[in-house]
Design a protein around this ligand. Structure first.
Ligand code: NDP
Length: 288
């Protein structure tokens, strides 16, 4: 089965749209995402434009604060402080990369954990690692890992006791998705660039999450019949320049019980997960 991420994203957005209407009645306002964009990085601009479009589609508030690429660290921190204190702002996304004169760590440390919709603050990273069972209502969870889990759940993939291999150990994808899988009682191995015999390891897996960022790296001979694959990679095809994943989809898909395509798999769900994180921050703020 090729998983249709776009369809699940549309269903998720329809539900979000309904809930936004309820919040208007119940709380007199809808959740609000604030995006801090410093400079003119092309990828960031595209992502932020998508955030604006998709929040508008579901009726969530979104404000983008665009700061000049020459802004100083102090100016960025002042802006962040203003957003932290603004009670009408529920979630704050600081778009990375930041210009070199602004230290990422300083900025991340300054985000209020209660508004940290990307789960980058130490508090929320610790929350994630301390939690023994997945509960997505208590604090924000990193958006791409959350989207991968959402797909596995929607496709009804049994994780309890499953052998999962996550390829990649980054703080934003590989590590958090490994913890979310472990919380569902999968037995998880995290592979990386120093892993020996990766093909053997992959062939032993029931579930593979590919998050290494190498076009078509996982080939059909590395995958067992009936495997489940979530391909998080976003790469460009060296020949055509078109977007592609970490998995050689055309040859691997026939062997799989379920596989996500690129594009159209995990990607469409990322901003849905972001919006749900904003919603979570909003709801927790109502009860504080
Ligand atoms: P990073 O570059 O931070 O991490 C890549 C990881 O892959 C590292 O842990 C690295 O190992 C490992 N790796 C690299 N080469 C190999 C190899 N040959 N064998 C085994 N492991 C290897 O990437 P990210 O985690 O940020 O992103 C991963 C991919 O996911 C990228 O394509 C990115 O574009 C995509 N992405 C997609 C998102 C979405 O919403 N769909 C969101 C975020 C990212 P080591 O630690 O040893 O260097």
């Amino acid at each position: 089965m090729t998983f249709d991420g776009k369809k699940l994203a549309e269903q998720t957005k329809a539900l979000l749209r309904e809930r936004m209407e309820q919040y208007k009645t119940q709380y007199g306002r809808v959740p609000c995402l604030s995006v801090l964009l410093v400079g003119d990085d092309y990828g960031s601009q595209r992502y932020v434009a998508s955030c604006e479009k998709q929040t508008a589609e579901v009726g969530m508030a979104c404000q983008v604060i665009r700061m000049d690429g020459q802004s100083t660290e102090t100016e960025v921190l002042e802006q962040l402080d203003r957003l932290n204190r603004d009670t009408n702002v529920d979630g704050i996304l600081v778009q990375m990369p930041l210009p070199k004169q602004v230290r990422t760590e300083k900025v991340v440390d300054a985000i209020s954990p209660a508004k940290d919709v990307d789960c980058v603050t130490d508090t929320n990273v610790a929350n994630l690692w301390k939690q023994k069972r997945n509960d997505y209502t208590r604090f924000p969870v990193p958006c791409t890992p959350r989207s991968a889990m959402r797909i596995l759940e929607a496709a009804d993939i049994p994780l309890d006791g499953a052998k999962a291999v996550v390829v990649g150990r980054s703080n934003i994808v590989g590590l958090p998705v490994s913890k979310l899988l472990m919380n569902e009682n999968a037995t998880v191995t995290v592979a990386h660039s120093h892993t020996k015999n990766l093909p053997d390891l992959l062939r032993s897996a029931d579930v593979i999450v590919a998050a290494l960022g190498k076009a078509y790296f996982i080939t059909a001979d590395m995958v067992s019949e009936g495997a489940v694959i979530v391909d998080v990679g976003i790469n460009s095809d060296p020949q055509t320049g078109k977007m592609c994943g970490d998995v050689d989809f055309a040859n691997v898909a026939p062997k799989c019980r379920m596989i996500t395509p690129v594009p159209g798999g995990v990607g469409p769900l990322t901003i849905c997960s972001l919006m749900e994180n904003v919603e979570g921050c909003f709801l927790r703020a109502q009860t504080r």
